[in-house]
Ligand binder design. Structure first.
Ligand SMILES: Cc1ncc(COP(=O)(O)O)c(C=O)c1O
Length: 412
């Protein structure tokens, strides 16, 4: 059987993250002589908190009523239902002060699909795309899939000596030089970031905005973790595409309300970008999911009105902040290895001082504790691992136990 060259190449070069996740599958764990029930995983790139109860009740209401359920089986407009786009605009205004009208919004299946479609809508196969190093591991594969001969240009943002992000001024200078030299069509900015949980500051982002505006290129914010921001939100969190036509903001329902499997996302951007995305999305998914839009819209309308959305998000944010603190404290107390202080999101990065792959395999085999090797996120993380506290947010006691185990092994 002859598969496409693209997919054959992908299958021959599985990502390091995929390899480790395979290694951590139940049968492999048993083959290593370990008990699968004793594994402590810091590998999961997902959230462990519960969705808002009124949202669950909304699904129950739709599914419990014959006609509502029937209605939720119809196609949605490609751009999403107007009511849903209005609810998104109201939510963005209330939570972040972003001014949007429905013309600025397209609803999609997820931020993964929307990002894929954005590459098709905005760039040509030979274009250059600027990614930071480290950055979210899925982007390079998505770029190669949509834009075959695209060149990925990497800007290192982590100072691997001091194990902290470079100063904003330094990042801004690096960006100007790199952008001038490579002329990328798009710059992708996850903030808060996966894997580093850092939030880029206003000085750096203002520089990117000025350069993108002057060169008529795009800056794409990936806001998958926007509501899990532990520091004072930067000014650009409230930017609207009406004031910044070169900015595109990709949003996801996955992380804020534990909707990872109830797939829904949206983009806000200049109307011309939304128009282009409508054409592409018509071909990729035809339209977003109707049931999720119905439940989400009703929930948001009510939760904005009675103030419960803000209360829910504040609670969730505090739970992740606490999980982050417990994680950093355990690393400092047991392992004494450098790690980043999370400013939002679900992760920290720990410098292990040896090849990250080898460290992860060795530690898993001897302790049953799973980390993610850093390499898949960029060259700056060759000697680092990503640690996720996201799945443990409702059971933070387990976080410490894993580091204690690893410390015992490394000592002895
Ligand atoms: C930065 C970032 N963007 C996007 C996604 C995927 O989001 P979605 O579930 O909306 O496809 C993830 C998932 O981990 C992520 O970390």
């Amino acid at each position: 059987m002859q598969l496409s060259d693209l997919v054959t190449r992908m299958m021959n070069e599985p990502s390091p993250i995929r390899q480790i996740m395979k290694m951590a599958e139940k049968q492999n764990i048993i083959n290593m002589g370990l008990d699968p029930d004793e594994i402590i995983s810091y590998g999961g790139g997902w959230v462990g908190h519960h969705a808002p109860e009124p949202l669950r009740r909304e699904y129950a209401r739709i599914c419990g009523d014959v006609e509502s359920f029937h209605d939720s089986g119809k196609y949605s407009p490609t751009l999403g239902f107007d009511e849903c786009r209005k609810a998104i605009a109201a939510m963005e205004k209330e939570l972040f002060g972003v001014s949007l009208s429905t013309e600025h919004i397209i609803v999609g299946h997820s931020s993964t699909q929307l990002t894929h479609d954005l590459f098709v809508a905005l760039a040509n196969p030979g274009d250059r795309i600027l990614l930071f190093d480290p950055t979210y591991a899925n982007y390079p594969g998505q770029i190669h899939m949509t834009l075959k001969d695209a060149r990925i240009v990497r800007q290192p943002v982590l100072d691997t000596g001091r194990w902290e992000y470079k100063s904003e001024d330094e990042m801004a200078e690096d960006f100007k030089v790199l952008h001038e030299r490579e002329k990328p069509k798009m710059t992708i900015i996850p903030s808060p970031d996966n894997p580093s949980s850092q939030i880029f500051g206003d000085i750096f982002i203002n520089t990117i905005a000025d350069v993108c505006q002057d060169t008529d290129t795009f800056m794409v914010f990936d806001y998958a973790y926007k509501t899990q921001c532990f520091i004072n939100p930067p000014g650009y969190f409230s930017w609207s595409p009406a004031d910044h036509p070169s900015m595109i903001a990709v949003h996801s329902n996955s992380k804020w309300g534990r909707g990872l499997g109830r797939r829904l996302g949206w983009i806000d951007a200049d109307e011309r970008v939304i128009d282009a995305m409508e054409r592409v999305q018509q071909r990729s998914i035809l339209c977003p999911d109707t049931l999720h839009q119905f439940a989400f819209t009703r929930y948001i309308e009510h939760a904005l009105e009675d103030g419960s959305l803000k209360r829910y998000l504040a609670e969730i944010k505090n739970a992740y902040r606490k999980a982050a603190e417990v994680t950093v404290k355990a690393i400092q107390e047991y392992l004494h290895l450098p790690c980043l202080i999370p400013q939002g999101g679900l992760y920290t990065l720990m410098k292990v001082g040896e090849d990250g792959d080898a460290f992860v395999k060795r530690v898993l085999k001897h302790t049953g504790v799973l980390f993610i090797p850093g390499k898949g996120f960029g060259d700056t993380l060759r000697e680092a691992v990503r640690i996720s506290y996201g799945p443990h947010v409702e059971n933070v006691a387990i976080i410490e136990e894993g580091f204690r185990r690893v410390a015992d092994y490394l000592k002895g």
